[in-house]
Design a protein. Structure first.
Length: 206
């Protein structure tokens, strides 16, 4: 077995075990993403045939709707997955401690699926065929929830949050990036946070 592949599988296994022991859903999600990438790539970049078959697209949505979920665990290349897993670690570690693993996972999956659905709708309206992969929509949903949390607790958004939101969403307008999935995921997390959270639950009165 390739030593790098062996190391990737070893790290993924360690993170899964650690996640199960500590009920750390963030670690489990990172492990699953790394494991899937190790199986669907040559480590430098993913196999194109797999991205086409299991990515999010109008063609797959009809014949294989599970791709709404599988696409969330596929990544184009090593840079793509490393950046996404770093962001997942930052936002996930921050959110899961306060929400618990189940609610955290609900936000993550709902945001990713909603982002993929919006991407399909835009593709349908624009009569275009594209393939979307990656955890970005789900991760941006976590960020959207964090912004909602800040707003519900303080009554305003800090400059750092606004600047970060602009930076993150602007990145979606780079070439070969699924803007719709990013916006859909972010909006889902933001809406979920604004609707579900009550300041009184966190000791804040209004």
């Amino acid at each position: 077995m390739d030593p790098i592949l062996s190391a990737a599988i070893g790290i993924s296994t360690f993170l899964v075990i650690r996640g199960r022991e500590k009920k750390d859903m963030t670690a489990i999600l990172i492990a699953v993403n790394l494991f899937v990438y190790s199986l669907t790539s040559n480590l430098a970049e993913a196999y194109e045939s797999i991205l086409i078959e299991w990515g999010n697209s109008l063609l797959n949505a009809e014949s294989n709707p599970i791709t709404l979920i599988t696409s969330m665990f596929l990544h184009v290349n090593i840079i793509h997955i490393l950046l996404n897993m770093y962001a997942l670690y930052i936002f996930g570690s921050m959110l899961e401690k306060g929400l618990g693993p189940r609610r955290f996972l609900t936000i993550y999956m709902a945001s990713g699926i909603a982002g993929n659905l919006l991407s399909l709708i835009v593709s349908l309206l624009t009569n275009s065929i594209s393939i979307g992969v990656g955890a970005s929509g789900a991760i941006l949903g976590l960020f959207g929830f964090i912004m909602a949390y800040e707003y519900r607790i303080t009554g305003r958004l800090g400059f750092s949050s606004i600047l970060a939101a602009i930076f993150v969403l602007a990145g979606g307008f780079m070439p070969n990036v699924d803007v719709s999935a990013h916006v859909g995921g972010f909006a889902t997390g933001l809406a979920y946070g604004l609707i579900s959270m009550r300041p009184s639950r966190y000791g804040v009165e209004y």
